[in-house]
Design a protein around this ligand. Structure first.
Ligand SMILES: Nc1ncnc2c1ncn2[C@@H]1O[C@H](COP(=O)(O)OP(=O)(O)OP(=O)(O)O)[C@@H](O)[C@H]1O
Length: 619
């Protein structure tokens, strides 16, 4: 509390242009503010926000290809760990240029989220005090909360950034987690640091695949954690790579690339190797007199029979949103679903309308689950049953009731669904005579099997679905109007995938089903969103499957998503007939072309949401 008021006092002075009481701020922030003042940056103005061109961004991505691969894998992990808390994870190069983001889409579309986009520069001289810029300057993890940011327009943003170092101790990249509130997120800060350390270790394993890699720590139970020292050593004892914990654990001995094993440890390399080659743990002293436990994590190519152990993650793996099973974050849809439980309590028949692949069957199963009914969920594809058999299949038949009837008779699908749910899929295809029988059943809830005398009462929740226009079918007298009214006691209209505001969540969910270990960048999701997706979620799932199979890395980026660029002549179809809308639409399309088709940049420049941009780019 004291800190907050101290910060506010300092902020007020800063914004007045007076000397701010440095003691009220942390040292890093206070020095950074001072540098910004000296540079003449106006804290109430706008940052000199610059975004590099797409060609330059692609060049940087290529230059950092290997690091990017490990970074995106870790971003995916981090995203899963903090999913739902409205965060954005960003990977930047050593100059503070954001190369990739993976985010909760709510944040990506917020005004804060719109500032952190691929290609944006976050050096202190442009953006003032911020975590990415300061992590480079301080060569250490930095968190900047809310109004500690120099520019007041970033005052709602909290950012935690950690540098990624190479084995020589140089910064090679940055990892950042940002959210739009001022809360101190110590837990997230720790996770970002761990992710950066994990990337550094992964790089050592990848780049030194031919060498021995030893892990060591004074406490044996820490050998499998990110606190353990890692050293890649050739068989002549020369150190070729070492991670940051190695330097800290051997402080005083100044280990570097080129040091010799025996200058660091009080043991001959041959003896240490003999002890650890069988996978054992050896206790040895370092040259400063402290003892450590050591284990061999990689024996190097051609070195040993045993498969190298992988570095173990010490971070907890938290289940992701994808485990929930059903994505429904679109407000238009959640509104419709609010009354669902009540509708099933009143036994209203539920009718679901939506294009093919929009999840009608999934929704029907959800209605069944929401109703809490104990009986079975029985799905009937009304378009797939021969007209002559329809009534018997639905209501059952007695033994030998008709030619081809089953010998033992059949209870019928309606009775199988007793105390449960009967799902009539493709309901528009019900043959005319069956429509009458179905209507009679819905009115009485009684079934009489074909060839039988006795009617039985059943208790069934009816759900029907179609991708056709049932009202039109009624108008054309192909579907009975009274049956239509009976089936649509409670209507759910499933939006097409291209119109869903929770598109990103659906992509993540489907990708998790297809390849749980795969990550996808925000930019790839943006590209996917430009497609019209006539086959909806089913088509999207197949496209993700293809992208996964064709990918030789474990993530999907913008290059893995081939889309036909939209034809940008004129306006989108919705804006064609309105003069004002036409002008706005053209402006969006022109800006899109002028910024090398970077959707995030269009949203940022015009101050509109990405969803609005997509809408105007489609035909
Ligand atoms: N909201 C959603 N969340 C997650 N997955 C979804 C969602 N909607 C659809 N899917 C996925 O899309 C695929 C198609 O769903 P489903 O079979 O329910 O669609 P449908 O509308 O019944 O299709 P059709 O009209 O062709 O019968 C399924 O694999 C399902 O996992």
């Amino acid at each position: 509390m004291q800190y907050v008021s101290g910060l506010e006092r300092a902020r007020a002075a800063l914004e007045r242009g007076s000397r701010f009481p440095a003691g009220a701020l942390g040292e890093i922030v206070s020095k950074s503010w001072q540098r910004c003042v000296e540079r003449g940056l106006d804290p109430r103005g706008s940052p000199l926000s610059s975004v590099i061109e797409v060609a330059e961004l692609n060049r940087k991505r290529e230059q950092n290809a290997l690091l990017r691969r490990f970074a995106i894998a870790e971003m995916q992990m981090l995203h899963q760990q903090i999913a739902g808390s409205n965060f954005m994870i960003a990977f930047g190069d050593r100059d503070g240029v954001v190369l990739d983001t993976i985010s909760d889409h709510h944040f990506a579309d917020s005004s804060d989220g719109r500032t952190i986009i691929p290609g944006s520069l976050w050096q202190e001289q442009e953006r003032g005090t911020n975590a990415l810029g300061l992590a480079v300057l301080e060569r250490a993890p930095v968190a900047i909360y809310g109004r500690e940011h120099y520019f007041s327009c970033h005052g709602h943003l909290s950012c935690m950034a950690a540098p990624i170092f190479n084995a020589g101790g140089e910064i090679i990249g940055l990892l950042d987690a940002s959210c739009s509130n001022e809360a101190r997120q110590q837990h997230t800060h720790a996770l970002v640091k761990m992710a950066a350390a994990q990337i550094e270790n992964s790089l050592i394993f990848h780049e030194r695949a031919e060498l021995l890699i030893f892990a060591f720590h004074p406490r044996v139970e820490y050998l499998d954690t990110l606190s353990a020292g890692l050293m890649a050593i050739s068989r002549d004892g020369i150190v070729h790579s070492l991670n940051r914990p190695s330097r800290a654990l051997l402080a005083g001995l100044e280990p570097t690339v080129g040091s010799h094993f025996e200058d660091l440890f009080d043991a001959r390399l041959g003896t240490a190797m003999d002890s650890v080659l069988g996978g054992g743990i050896v206790r040895i002293d370092d040259r400063a007199g402290s003892s450590v436990f050591m284990v061999c994590r990689q024996f190097g190519r051609g070195g040993a029979e045993r498969a190298p152990a992988k570095p173990v993650r010490s971070s907890p793996i938290v289940p992701s949103r994808a485990d929930l099973g059903f994505v429904c974050e679109d407000p238009a849809l959640t509104r419709q679903m609010r009354g669902l439980e009540q509708a099933t309590r009143l036994r209203l028949a539920v009718h679901i309308h939506g294009e093919t692949g929009t999840g009608k069957e999934m929704m029907a199963r959800h209605v069944h689950a929401a109703s809490g009914r104990e009986g079975a969920f029985v799905a009937v594809n009304c378009g797939a049953i021969a007209e002559s058999l329809f009534i018997a299949e639905l209501f059952g038949h007695e033994r030998g009731a008709f030619t081809n009837a089953r010998n033992e008779g059949s209870p019928g699908l309606v009775r199988t669904a007793d105390k449960g749910t009967l799902f009539l899929d493709e309901v528009a295809d019900i043959p005319a005579p069956a429509q009458t029988a179905l209507l009679r059943f819905l009115d009485s809830m009684e079934v009489r099997p074909v060839g039988g005398q006795k009617a039985a009462h059943v208790d069934v929740q009816i759900v029907s679905a179609t991708n056709r226009d049932l009202k039109q079918a009624v108008a054309e007298r192909r579907f009975r109007a009274d049956l239509y009214y009976r089936l649509s006691g409670y209507d759910i209209q499933l939006p097409a995938l291209r119109d869903r505001t929770d598109f990103a969540a659906i992509v993540l969910h489907l990708l998790h089903q297809v390849a749980p270990e795969f990550a996808i960048t925000d930019e790839a999701i943006e590209r996917l969103r430009l497609k019209p997706w006539p086959g909806n979620a089913r088509e999207l799932k197949a496209a993700l499957q293809r992208a996964v199979i064709e990918s030789d890395v474990d993530y999907i980026d913008e290059n893995a998503v081939a889309i036909d660029q939209p034809d940008l002549h004129g306006t989108c179809s919705e804006c064609r007939s309105h003069v004002l809308a036409r002008r706005k639409c053209q402006q969006i399309r022109e800006t899109y072309v002028s910024v090398d088709r970077n959707i995030a940049e269009v949203a940022r420049l015009l101050g509109i949401s990405r969803t609005t941009v997509y809408k105007h780019l489609r035909d």
